[in-house]
Design a binder for this molecule. Structure first.
Ligand SMILES: CC(=O)N[C@H]1[C@@H](OP(=O)(O)OP(=O)(O)OC[C@H]2O[C@@H](n3ccc(=O)[nH]c3=O)[C@H](O)[C@@H]2O)O[C@H](CO)[C@@H](O)[C@@H]1O
Length: 486
């Protein structure tokens, strides 16, 4: 873009102020500012800014008739009959062995609450092995591939698609390269980037973070659908013969990659879209709830539900809106194609007021004390409304959900401490269930609180040994694969 065209386009969008420091900018700064703005057509940019401004004075939404998910749509790994679970698992492994299953990691977030200067997946919660979240996930992929191979006798691959953003792409690529891609085939790890969108002030004007830089943020984890199309990822999936996708968020240390039971359940039900849920611990837990609103399946995010609704209970005392979203979703490739080709533009962005550093009229950098602008994000689960056959799968919290959201601190939930404990407690359970004996150690009392107490044994089992607690003859060698500290 030459300067005149850039100016004209910004004027057309009502955003000419973005160039107010242009005369002071060096050549490199000018070209990077122009590059940030290049993808935006004036009309699209104007609409984006106007939508953000409008969001400040939302028309009062009509009281929305929320309903819990009907039981007939739900499967359960907690209450399901062992034979049924085993049937779903067989089906899942069959599909994995046929190279029809891939995983998509959502890793473009800035992890603001955890506040580390690198992508969350690189975090080491302090396990004896020192493994990071990325390494644990990579090893679970290797294991699930191996289990499918052993069961069905053919070599198979679960490709790992990783959505990153401007903040996370480069460090994630470097980290994977430094770790030799965790012994996965490099060609089966496909990283792609989501879009960045400008943050907008309350006056409807794009915020300048520096004289030559617009305040940009990733477009939310629902940016997935545009990113899949932009980067031709659906074509890559087609080429590989992928039919089913497991989408998950980066920070759950217990995530079951390409979970065969979940895949098998969804496939058997003929679902095009599915969500894993856990029972909520308390009304204020920051998880979205899967429910029906105006007859349409969706997740009502924790930030968007009123306290009164969150606290509603059934006659039996259970929370009415109990289906906590753990950001683990199932999609068929055909469903993803329909989103990318048809429905994506219909996804309505969610607005959040944030403190966004900016440069003032004089060009001084200011860190605001209170919210000064609006970030707009699309959410990955907002596509549930377009599903023809939506299902929900309930799983056990202690086996499948312990997210890393916050920095460690006394009594802080969802922190490195609680994530580490959740994994060690799980592995202790597995070891005991497998007949492990630990002389001179207390067997955990049933009333021990896993979140607030250290497990009596520090026992970590490599995902290369056991995917979900199963025991394979000859593999549980203490020391080599199982880290035990007493
Ligand atoms: C919108 C969404 O899914 N919300 C869910 C998310 O909330 P929560 O608010 O915790 O969502 P996060 O901001 O942590 O994002 C979830 C995932 O999306 C990724 N990400 C986020 C923003 C972005 O632009 N790009 C991107 O890839 C993050 O890297 C992360 O892997 O997880 C909770 C469970 O842990 C659920 O109960 C919430 O319903």
């Amino acid at each position: 873009l030459n300067t005149v065209t850039l100016k004209q386009r910004l004027e057309a969008a009502g955003q000419a102020h973005v160039l107010r420091f242009w005369p002071e900018l060096a050549a490199g700064e000018r070209s990077s500012l122009a590059a940030e703005l290049r993808p935006w057509e004036p009309r699209e940019l104007r609409a984006h800014c106007e939508a953000a401004k409008r969001a400040l004075t939302p028309a009062r939404p009509p009281a929305r008739p929320m309903e819990p998910v009907p039981q007939q749509l739900m499967g359960s790994a907690v209450r399901g009959h062992p034979e049924v679970l085993s049937r779903w698992e067989q089906r899942g492994f069959q599909l994995i062995s046929e190279n029809k299953v891939a995983v998509i990691l959502l890793a473009g977030g800035q992890g603001t609450r955890l506040a580390v200067p690198y992508p969350k997946g690189m975090y080491n919660v302090g396990l004896p092995s020192g493994k990071t979240l990325y390494q644990i996930q990579a090893e679970r992929i290797r294991k699930v591939q191996e289990l499918a191979e052993v069961k069905h006798g053919n070599k198979c691959t679960v490709p790992w698609y990783i959505m990153t953003s401007e903040f996370t792409l480069e460090p994630t690529q470097r980290f994977f390269a430094e770790h030799d891609h965790f012994n996965l085939d490099k060609s089966d790890i496909i990283m792609f980037e989501q879009r960045m969108i400008p943050a907008v002030g309350f006056d409807g004007k794009i915020i300048l973070e520096q004289k030559g830089k617009v305040a940009m943020a990733p477009d939310g984890n629902g940016g997935l659908y545009r990113a899949l199309a932009d980067s031709m990822i659906l074509e890559d999936m087609d080429r590989r013969g992928i039919r089913y996708l497991h989408v998950y968020c980066v920070d759950n240390i217990l995530v079951k990659m390409a979970d065969p039971i979940f895949i098998g359940f969804c496939a058997e039900k003929g679902a095009d879209c599915g969500a894993k849920v856990v029972g909520k611990t308390d009304p204020s837990e920051p998880v979205g709830v899967v429910c029906r609103v105006d007859g349409i399946y969706q997740v009502v995010e924790y930030s968007e539900v009123s306290q009164e609704v969150a606290e509603m209970r059934d006659e039996d005392g259970c929370l009415t809106y109990n289906a906590g979203n753990i950001c683990n979703h199932f999609f068929t490739l055909d469903f993803l194609k329909s989103i990318a080709e048809e429905f994506e533009p219909k996804l309505v962005p969610h607005m959040a007021i944030k403190k966004i550093p900016f440069v003032d009229e004089q060009g001084n950098r200011v860190k605001p004390e209170k919210g000064n602008g609006i970030k707009m994000e699309k959410f990955v689960f907002d596509v549930f409304q377009f599903a023809k056959n939506f299902v929900v799968f309930e799983v056990s919290r202690e086996e499948e959900f312990s997210p890393l959201k916050n920095a460690a601190g006394a009594g802080v939930k969802d922190s490195p401490v609680t994530a580490r404990r959740a994994l060690l407690w799980q592995h202790q359970r597995w070891a005991l269930r497998a007949g492990g004996h630990f002389p001179n150690h207390q067997i955990p009392r049933s009333d021990w609180s896993e979140e607030s107490e250290e497990p009596p044994l520090v026992c970590e089992i490599s995902p290369l040994v056991s995917y979900a607690g199963e025991v394979q003859q000859g593999l549980w060698q203490w020391g080599k694969w199982v880290h035990l500290r007493c």
